[in-house]
Write a new protein. Structure first.
Length: 534
């Protein structure tokens, strides 16, 4: 039975895994990619609101006490939060510059999370600034096989920028008063850079539009020690020594969490005990507001640890399985495909078609390799303008025994091949196949974006707009957002909203700078400029 999202109820496609998240005081839940993205955006929003509240409280307290703003903990905390967000930008620029020097392509920078606010170019890099001030991401594309040391330099460049900034401000710190005395701008700048370094170098996985990936620290670890090493085999049994080790780790973690719970609980109660050194009401409320949530979260984590299973019969927890996403071509298949693409480059489409036919004859139709090679075959047939044959092959595959995931992959890939053509005469066929795919998986955002793009190309703007808006706002995938942004711009331009349309087109180039989309976007902007001046 396929997994179902506990939030929106959508079913996972075959072979697709949803994310398990354990939020304190709630049971573990399965999240589809769209709901998982929305969860993280809500958490980021909560943290931003907390920082804003601390800042407002700090300004009020400083004005009442007639002290410097930075002497107020609330102002200092809010300013640190804002400054570390600002310092993410030079961090990402460091990644981008070394990526350019390393010969990488399609480099762009995303700052923050959530809905985009504005975009601009810096040193030739497209930059998109989002609404919620959490995190940043530098995206690039390898034009050849990834190099271990090149990738290492690109990843290390970001932390190096923050380390250099922290070192540069060190001479301006007050001597002997690093951890005490008045808070200064230089101390704040140093603390913000150190915070960015800790966030990026402490190895962990993080949520991005590409799913959960390793941060700088984790990628540096992989580059240094795990580059191209195979995944460890899954063991179905464990020795008694491993079981004892697991039990020891479990109860050690429980003990540490229980001590932390007691510690935070004492500091929650302590300010309200009458003492000779009377704290102000504002200080009591601030300490309680910080320590009480920490005590609750530590207590919840301690209970969850105590109740967790000690079964070592399988490796990994639910949702922790690592999946190999690549298509497992054999060397012979790779050579045949290379020959087929060479024939296609010479416009020998019949020869290319015959080569992939030979490949498909030796592969099971339920294999992901079969689906991908079929998609290549459909593209060769489409290039030879035999749309009827291509559509028949596609429908025959859909009516076969392949998995729904593979059927949708072929349908959406074929629709995309038609859509990406700047002047395709087969949009009616694409619309028919896109609707068929959406009928098979009605909640799949990628399919909604594809159908919306086809409808926009055909001038059916009223039907296209809600599909494109939903895909743009809900899909966590950057290619979905970029394509939807472009075709939504076409819809807005048809409604006379050229300012909004231009902004969407520029955003689409930042999000998904593939050559076909960039060519369409630039051509569209040029047509709008000529129409405006003509």
């Amino acid at each position: 039975m396929p997994e179902r999202c506990d939030i929106c109820g959508v079913s996972a496609l075959e072979g697709q895994g949803f994310v398990v998240e354990r939020i304190p005081f709630r049971r573990a839940r399965l999240y589809c990619p769209a709901c998982h993205r929305r969860l993280y955006l809500r958490l980021y929003t909560i943290f931003a609101i907390i920082a804003l509240a601390f800042g407002c409280w700090g300004v009020f307290a400083a004005v009442n006490a007639q002290t410097k703003l930075l002497d107020s903990f609330g102002v200092w905390f809010a300013t640190l939060f804002l400054l570390q967000w600002v310092l993410i930008f030079p961090h990402e620029v460091g990644h981008a510059i070394v990526a350019r020097l390393s010969g990488l392509a399609q480099i762009r920078i995303l700052i923050g999370a959530g809905k985009p606010i504005f975009s601009f170019n810096f040193l030739g890099f497209p930059v998109l600034v989002n609404r919620i001030p959490f995190g940043g991401l530098t995206i690039f594309k390898h034009v050849r096989a990834p190099s271990r040391w090149r990738h290492l330099l690109v990843i290390a460049a970001g932390p190096f920028v923050n380390f250099a900034a922290a070192a540069a401000v060190w001479p301006f710190l007050p001597a002997g008063h690093l951890f005490d005395g008045p808070w200064t701008v230089s101390k704040l700048f140093l603390a913000a850079n150190l915070l960015v370094l800790v966030e990026n170098l402490l190895p962990h996985s993080m949520y991005t539009p590409f799913g959960m990936i390793g941060n700088d620290g984790l990628q540096l670890w992989v580059c240094l020690f795990r580059w191209n090493k195979p995944l460890r085999p899954v063991r179905t049994t464990s020795s008694s020594a491993k079981v004892r080790m697991h039990q020891f780790a479990k109860w050690t973690g429980f003990a540490l969490l229980a001590i932390a719970t007691l510690f935070f609980s004492l500091f929650t109660v302590f300010p309200w005990i009458p003492t000779p050194d009377v704290l102000t009401l504002q200080s009591k409320l601030l300490i309680t507001a910080i320590m009480l949530p920490l005590a609750l979260v530590a207590g919840w984590a301690a209970m969850w640890t105590a109740r967790s299973t000690s079964n070592m019969s399988s490796a990994g927890a639910p949702g922790g399985e690592q999946r190999m996403r690549g298509i497992p071509y054999t060397p012979e298949q790779q050579r045949s495909l290379h020959e087929a693409f060479q024939c296609a480059d010479r416009k020998e489409f019949a020869r290319a078609d015959a080569i992939v036919d030979q490949l498909m004859a030796s592969i099971s139709s339920s294999s992901p390799v079969y689906a991908q090679i079929l998609l290549f075959k459909l593209q060769f047939i489409l290039a030879s303008n035999d749309i009827d044959r291509a559509e028949k092959l596609c429908l025959d595959f859909i009516n076969g025994t392949a998995s729904s995931e593979h059927k949708i992959t072929v349908l959406d890939g074929f629709v995309a091949s038609i859509l990406y053509d700047r002047s395709s005469p087969y949009l009616e066929n694409a619309e028919r196949l896109a609707r068929l795919a959406l009928d098979m998986a009605p909640e799949t955002l990628t399919l909604k974006g594809s159908l919306g793009g086809v409808l926009a190309e055909r001038g059916k703007f009223a039907e296209a707009e809600p599909l494109l808006v939903e895909c743009l706002n809900r899909s966590p995938a950057l290619h979905d957002q970029g394509i939807s942004a472009y075709y939504l711009a076409v819809v807005k331009a048809a409604a006379g909203k050229l300012k909004e349309a231009r902004s969407l087109v520029k955003r689409s180039i930042v999000l998904h700078p593939e050559p076909w989309l960039v060519a369409k976007a630039e051509s569209t902007l040029k047509n709008w400029d000529e129409r405006g001046t003509g």
